[in-house]
Design a protein around this ligand. Sequence first.
Ligand SMILES: CC(C)(COP(=O)(O)OP(=O)(O)OC[C@H]1O[C@@H](n2cnc3c(N)ncnc32)[C@H](O)[C@@H]1OP(=O)(O)O)[C@@H](O)C(=O)NCCC(=O)NCCS
Length: 223
Amino acid sequence: MARFFSIDYVERATLRDGTPVVLRLLTPEDKPILAAGFAHLSQPARYARFLAPKSSLSEDELRYLTEVDQESHVAIGAVCEAGDGHGNPVGAGIARFVRIADEHATAEAAIAVADDMQGHGLGKLLFLRLCAAAAERGIQRFRCEVLGSNTQMTALLASIAPERTVATGGGVMSIEMQLPNVLATEPPSSEPPPGPMYKLLRAAADNAVEWTEAVRRFWRRDP
Ligand SMILES: CC(C)(COP(=O)(O)OP(=O)(O)OC[C@H]1O[C@@H](n2cnc3c(N)ncnc32)[C@H](O)[C@@H]1OP(=O)(O)O)[C@@H](O)C(=O)NCCC(=O)NCCS
């Protein structure tokens, strides 16, 4: 069956701060944009994305991240419509999933948004599109490895997926979520109103509550 998220998929969106972006699937030709985007990513954002200190991407890693089959490994990228002012595209964010070989309906998902673009809705938009692309490929669950301190990502997941389980170890949370039933064209603002757990996470991310072990325990839902 024809995919909505195919190589023809192009979506224009305007972020909350007015920045126009274009979303599309990654291609092997995106290596320079991805490399430049990585170079501009702050160390904390790199650590949050790769769960390890990372100073550069090797050629092999660039190949792995861009030469994807868009079936078992799907990558959706966003570029700033305005570019760098010299006609070159500027990467704004990438969300991807990789199907887990021996768990056919589960995929590992990861996302990164450029530091200066964060907080304007791009992460949520990319992740919603990733969910829809995964669903049309028969994926039912995402697993995300997230730093225990990463309240932005945990709040993002809480705002999208009410059904989640969390396993923790070594400062990393393995969050497994049932894919929400979202349209491929779902506007992020049409999401159902957030529940109390989301509000707690949001407050924690805003430092309105102390992110203590007690709060973590309250939030955790073991399988
Ligand atoms: C996590 C990340 C992708 C979020 O991207 P983003 O574009 O900033 O996210 P959005 O603006 O779409 O926000 C989505 C939700 O996240 C939460 N959130 C994001 N930033 C937040 C902040 N500073 N404070 C509180 N909540 C925040 C909110 O729930 C928000 O939903 P809302 O805007 O409807 O309230 C981004 O912070 C990032 O790239 N971090 C580094 C890499 C990383 O951590 N990856 C995750 C592990 S794979």
